[in-house]
Design a protein around this ligand. Structure first.
Ligand code: SF4
Length: 265
């Protein structure tokens, strides 16, 4: 796969390489560094946790209570330059770099940071994205793709967007040979189990070996939607398993594993 084939659209992003990282966390147990990006997201998801909590949840034992009660977050006061972000990594043993936050694919500096991390630390690079905009992923090894919904009206209701680009990009990323995982949130009354089965059918039409992770919605301040029960998440997973070989699911509390994470910025 040459570099050209993974560099896509958007001239304005390509011409501006400034970085939009506002928060960095290191997980010593997993030798992972997590870069949180802050951009103008191209979607307006009803269940967007970034709008009520900017800190990495691994730092917050009470994150569920915080997202249920926090007022909307303000934009970060400081963004790191590429040199500042890389300087934080110098003395660390890092095997994995994770690019996450408010749509990291829209950060024009993300591909440069990913390339530098790979060159300096030989990292395995993982990008979390909504997939609406396909940036330069030549230095990304794995994509965690948040599909949201496949039915156009459901997708629009949840994100105020149009899912044609993201579904096309899902196929494109797969065809590029990148490791790909899908994720979706079960939100009773918005993204129900029947929609999750349709998402599973779509993924299976690309490759039934692509893993799907189903997450139960966590109560969010200002949102009327409720969290699903564990049984509801399990039932949605059972429908998805009719079409896909690898389905896992999370509902509610995730037990913390390993040493405490370290906030670098
Ligand atoms: S795509 Fe992600 S960052 Fe953007 S609104 Fe949705 S949840 Fe928030």
């Amino acid at each position: 796969m040459n570099q050209q084939s993974t560099r896509i659209d958007n001239e304005s992003h390509a011409s501006d390489k400034s970085l939009r990282v506002y928060h960095v966390v290191y997980e010593p147990t997993f030798k992972s560094i997590i870069f949180h990006h802050w951009t103008e997201c191209n979607l307006k998801c009803l269940g967007c946790y970034c709008k009520v909590e900017k800190l990495d949840f691994s730092l917050l034992p009470d994150w569920q209570a915080r997202v249920a009660t926090n007022p909307p977050e303000k934009p970060p006061e400081k963004l790191l330059s590429l040199d500042e972000a890389l300087a934080m990594t110098d003395a660390l043993d890092i095997e994995r770099a994770i690019f996450i936050g408010v749509e990291p694919s829209l950060d024009p500096g993300m591909p440069v940071l990913a390339r530098e991390m790979k060159q300096r630390h030989k990292t395995y690079n993982i990008l979390f994205t909504n997939g609406v905009f396909l940036t330069d992923i030549s230095s990304i090894d794995e994509i965690i793709f948040s599909i949201k919904a496949v039915s156009p009206e459901r997708y629009h209701e949840y994100t105020a967007g149009d899912n044609r680009k993201s579904l096309a990009n899902f196929r494109k990323i797969y065809q590029m040979g990148k490791k790909l995982q899908a994720e979706i949130t079960l939100i009773p009354g918005v993204i129900d189990a029947d929609e999750i089965e349709k998402v599973a059918e779509f993924i299976a039409s690309v490759d039934p070996d692509i893993p799907l992770r189903i997450t139960g919605f966590i109560q969010l301040s200002g949102m009327k939607f409720r969290a699903p029960s564990g049984a509801e998440v399990e039932a949605a997973a059972a429908l998805a398993k009719k079409h896909l070989k690898k389905v896992n699911y999370l509902s509610g509390e995730m037990p913390r594993v390993g040493e405490p994470p370290i906030r670098l910025f």
